[in-house]
Design a protein around this ligand. Structure first.
Ligand SMILES: Cc1ncc(COP(=O)(O)O)c(C=O)c1O
Length: 393
């Protein structure tokens, strides 16, 4: 059945961060919200129906994860990504960030070093620093309008205190889907130095063909035994508010350690509705996701061609996955703060400031394209009319 992603839904007054909290975050009213990473599409019918059915039962007591919950995820991974996951490898957490935080506490000690690769999802910085570990930044290399990992940099920033790396695959905010070859190289370096890999793969279902998502744990025996992977239906099916995510830990000892720490903090996963929604998503979501990907890809193309025509100084970093577009404003005659002010005060759009993803994000902006085309077009028109006069011609 064809799904209607053009439908515009008023999300105001639903306590949603993206719309209702925008003025608080940006200090201005009436901004078009194209920032925080959730989409403006309605929850797919098969998820709504599953939750509605559960709602018809009048009691909402403690819940546990049934076999069918796990089976739905295992078959999804097999069918969608040709990756075999065992139930004994899994753990449910209320969010990827909760899982990452637990894994940092579990597999490193205070004072040890953890590598991240900016520009990267802002909370990675804070997760490491707030747990008293030492943050090591191995910047991605930006070359000819695209990004690659700096393997020489990686090798040289590792010392005896370095115990972990956190990767984002696909990489938020730059949209790279790391190839098998790149991940193999990364794993080889980690193996040489006995580094544990935390792989945040929350965006792994949102991949534009012909790119292919490679789960880190599938790379080698070392990767399987020394990685912790975080996935969720939250980005894929736009149900981030239902707080359900999965952790994949194939190594039995590490799985036990992680489970023990999760138990210590009573982190037992999702709510009644999160679990029902997650199972419905992974059971019935294939066709919906196929259509979503076509729609998102059309949004990418629309942004590229609109900017190419009307504001060619903005360079769009070609996304291989995610619904987040990384826009390069570095050829404008503006500093980062001024660019941000123009976007807020003149264009009246709310985009994520590139610099919040790391120092090398200065003069970039992250645009969320997970909205009906009319909304994205409105955003583009606002950006072009405000920035046109600042172009260096
Ligand atoms: C790369 C990445 N990891 C984690 C999260 C947040 O995950 P959760 O809400 O499950 O903690 C996001 C949300 O934007 C994200 O983009």
């Amino acid at each position: 059945m064809p799904y209607n992603f053009d439908k515009i839904i008023n999300r105001n007054n639903t306590n949603c961060i993206k719309h209702d909290a925008v003025s608080g975050f940006f200090g201005a009213e009436n901004l078009l919200p194209l920032w925080v990473a959730d989409m403006d599409f309605e929850t797919p019918d098969f998820i709504q129906e599953a939750m509605q059915k559960r709602l018809n039962h009048p009691v909402n007591g403690y819940t546990y994860f049934s076999d069918s919950f796990y089976t739905s995820f295992i078959s999804w991974m097999q069918k969608r990504h040709q990756y075999s996951v065992k139930k004994s490898w899994l753990k449910v957490t209320p969010g990827v960030l909760t899982g990452l935080s637990l894994a940092i506490m579990d597999f490193t000690k205070p004072g040890e070093k953890i590598i991240i690769q900016p520009p990267v999802y802002q909370p990675f910085f804070q997760l490491v620093e707030s747990s008293d570990r030492v943050l090591v930044e191995n910047d991605l290399i930006y070359e000819n309008g695209n990004y690659k990992m700096d393997f020489d940099g990686l090798e040289s920033c590792i010392d005896d205190e370095t115990k972990m790396i956190i990767i984002s695959n696909p990489h938020n905010p730059i949209g790279r889907v790391w190839t098998k070859e790149e991940l193999t190289k990364l794993v080889e370096i980690c193996e040489r130095h006995n580094i544990i890999i935390l792989a945040d793969e929350i965006h792994s279902d949102i991949i534009f063909a012909p790119n292919i998502y490679t789960p880190i744990a599938s790379i080698s025996e070392y990767a399987k035994n020394n990685s912790v992977t975080f996935v969720a239906p939250s980005k894929t099916f736009n149900i981030a508010g239902l707080s359900t995510s999965l952790v994949i830990i194939p190594n039995e000892d590490k799985h036990k350690e992680f489970s023990a720490l999760a138990s210590r903090f009573h982190v037992f996963g999702a709510s009644v509705f999160g679990s029902v929604a997650c199972e419905a998503a992974y059971t019935h979501g294939g066709e919906w996701l196929d259509q979503l990907l076509v729609y998102l890809k059309a949004n990418v193309e629309m942004v590229k061609s609109y900017l190419f025509k009307h504001l060619p100084s903005v360079k769009v970093v070609e996304p291989e996955g995610t619904y987040l577009l990384w826009l390069d404003f570095s050829t404008f005659n503006l500093n980062d703060e001024k660019l941000n002010r123009i976007l807020i005060e003149e264009a009246e759009v709310a985009l994520n400031k590139g610099i919040t993803f790391g120092k090398n994000g200065a003069n970039f902006m992250r645009l969320n394209i997970g909205s009906p085309q009319a909304i994205i077009l409105d955003g583009l028109e606002r950006i072009v009319s405000a920035l046109k006069r600042y172009e260096r011609v």
